[in-house]
Every structure is written in structure tokens, then in C-alpha cells.
Design a protein. Structure first.
Length: 321
């Protein structure tokens, strides 16, 4: 029995694309050596519609990147410069300075009944998780009061540390800081509260599946993350879509209930948010906002992606490169 490779994509990229409270509190930049910069060609579309003079640039970002290793192409910088608004999933730069909101999000990650993670995972999974995090020097017994999303974020941190990226500077942070310096108006397509609450809304049972899968397939996950990063820099939508649709074998012990949990997660994390992001872009377009619209690259591609949804609604979607 085969299932699309959504689980690996989610573990190795969606948490990175969302980050949320776990990512922003855990990831730390380390000193970088000077390297020869490469010019990348990330995915971007020009959105227009017959009968309207308005134009929006739709840019697929990645929230984990080393911006010191590459230069942005002229078409991307021109699109940014020609836009009065910068739209993003949420303002990560403002969030990093908002200690009150961070504290509230940390409190959300605690079990309300005072229980600990080992009471919510089976003993085998808990032991595997602790041993893995100890090996990666990321474990403290003090963490046991947190819900599984916190631990999934630690696994993501390990993936990032073991990948070729070696940075959390992020494309979103880069353009948000630039936009604030340039006095552009920032538009939040979602909010940090929405993303954090969404990630914390899933059951312990789902996170147990994800934690086991991530640890059991860790080397493949690191490889997958590196491939996705290179594909993002190339900006070919077909390559990105192919990487997101590779097959993995569903484990024999997965029950229908567990598969349903994964499908529900995929729908809420990807499909539903794609539709919301599409609707928000159309709202800006109809308001005549000239927007540099920046969301995670995997929200742009595929049959349910923003680009296809816009085409279905009568917009002209032209890839710029």
C-alpha cells in the first residue's frame, strides 16, 4: 500500500514553512564563513486579470535559508521594489520582539492538566524520542512538560542542523526587515496565533506517528530537506511538485484511523490554507493593492495550489524568470 510522500514533506518542510513558536524560540544562527554567492531563480508569478490594470507578484519563499550564500535575481528585486505592500504569512520580525506573545504561546504548549509527554506517548516512542534528542544534544528533562509539537520542533531543529542549509535567517525575515526599512506596509495573510493554534490542535496520536516516522527515516529526511532547498533555489514548479509527490510505503501497523489523522492534517495544513491564501490575494487584488505576496513555495504548486486556484478563477498567472 502506497501513500503520497506528504508525511516526510510535512516533517522536513511544513514545520519549517510554518515555524511558529517552536521554531522562533529554538533556532539560533551561527557564525557563517564567507562563501562565493550563487544567483538563484526562485519561483515567482505575475498575477493579472483582463479588464484590470492591477498586478500582484506571487513569490514562493522558504522559511529556512542562508541568504548569505546567494543573490536574488533582478526580476525578484524589481517586483519587490515596484510593490507598495509586502504580504506574508505573518510578521515574524514583529513576533520575535513580542515577548508577551511568545510567552503566551509557550504556555499553550504546556499540558493543562500538569501531565508530562511520557504520559501521552507510548513507552517505546518516548524512549526512542529521548534517545534521539540526547544523541543530537537537544534533550532536557525539563522539556517533558511540553506537548508533542514542541518535540517535533526539536526534531526539525536537528534536521536543520544536519542539513546543508545551516541557517534560519529565512527569506521571510530578509524581506520583512527590508520592507520595514523601506517603509512598506506589511499585510499578514494569517497570524502567528492562527498557525500556533493550528499546530497545537492536532492529537497526541498524530504527533506520535509523525515523531516515529521522522526518527525512523531521519537520514532520508535530511536528504529530502537538502533536495527541497536546492529545488527552491532553482524555482522549477514541476521539480517542486515532483518532490512533494514522491511515494513512501505506509507501515503495516498504520490503522485506518491513523491514516485518517494524517489526511486530516494534510488537508488543514496545506489544502485549506491554500484556499484561504488564494482568497486573501484576490481580496488585495480587488482592492487595487500592488502587493509583493510572499508565502511558502509549496502553497503555490499543485492542483490545489494558489497558482492553479487563481487560474481557475479567471486570473492570468505568468511565471517570471
Amino acid at each position: 500500500m502506497k501513500k503520497k510522500k506528504n508525511l516526510i514533506i510535512i516533517i522536513s518542510t511544513i514545520t519549517i514553512l510554518l515555524l511558529g513558536i517552536g521554531g522562533y524560540l529554538l533556532f539560533k544562527d551561527s557564525p557563517k564563513k564567507e562563501t562565493t554567492k550563487e544567483e538563484i531563480t526562485p519561483l515567482m508569478y505575475e498575477i493579472t486579470k483582463e479588464g484590470s490594470n492591477n498586478k500582484i507578484y506571487l513569490f514562493g519563499s522558504i522559511h529556512l535559508a542562508n541568504t548569505k550564500e546567494f543573490t536574488f535575481p533582478k526580476y525578484l528585486i524589481d517586483a519587490y521594489n515596484n510593490s507598495h505592500y509586502l504580504a506574508c504569512e505573518f510578521d515574524t520580525v514583529a513576533y520575535e520582539k513580542d515577548t508577551e506573545r511568545q510567552t503566551q504561546d509557550v504556555l499553550k504548549m504546556l499540558y493543562e492538566d500538569g501531565s508530562t509527554i511520557n504520559e501521552h506517548l507510548n513507552s517505546e516512542t518516548y524512549e526512542k524520542l529521548v534517545n534521539f534528542l540526547k544523541e543530537k544534544k537537544l534533550y532536557s528533562s525539563l522539556y517533558d512538560v511540553y506537548k508533542p509539537y514542541f518535540f517535533e520542533s526539536l526534531i526539525t531543529l536537528a534536521l536543520a542542523n544536519d542539513s546543508n542549509i545551516k541557517s534560519n535567517s529565512g527569506i521571510d525575515d530578509y524581506f520583512l526587515k527590508k520592507a520595514k526599512k523601506d517603509s512598506k506596509t506589511i499585510l499578514e495573510v494569517e497570524t502567528s496565533d492562527f498557525q500556533t493554534d493550528l499546530l497545537l490542535s492536532f492529537s497526541d496520536s498524530l504527533y506520535e506517528i509523525m515523531i516515529n516516522d521522522a526518527i525512523d527515516n531521519y537520514d532520508d529526511e535530511v536528504k529530502s530537506l537538502n533536495e527541497l532547498y536546492e529545488a527552491w533555489k532553482e524555482g522549477n514548479p514541476d521539480t517542486l511538485e515532483n518532490l512533494s509527490n514522491d511515494d513512501i510505503e505506509i507501515k503495516d501497523e498504520y490503522t485506518k484511523e491513523q491514516i485518517d489523522l494524517i489526511n486530516d492534517y494534510n488537508e488543514k495544513i496545506i489544502t485549506n490554507r491554500n484556499t484561504t491564501m488564494t482568497d486573501k490575494l484576490i481580496e488585495y487584488f480587488n482592492s487595487n493593492y500592488d502587493v509583493f505576496y510572499m508565502v511558502g513555495a509549496f502553497h503555490l504548486i499543485g492542483d490545489t495550489g494558489i497558482a492553479k486556484q487563481l487560474e481557475n478563477k479567471g486570473f492570468t498567472v505568468k511565471q517570471i524568470n
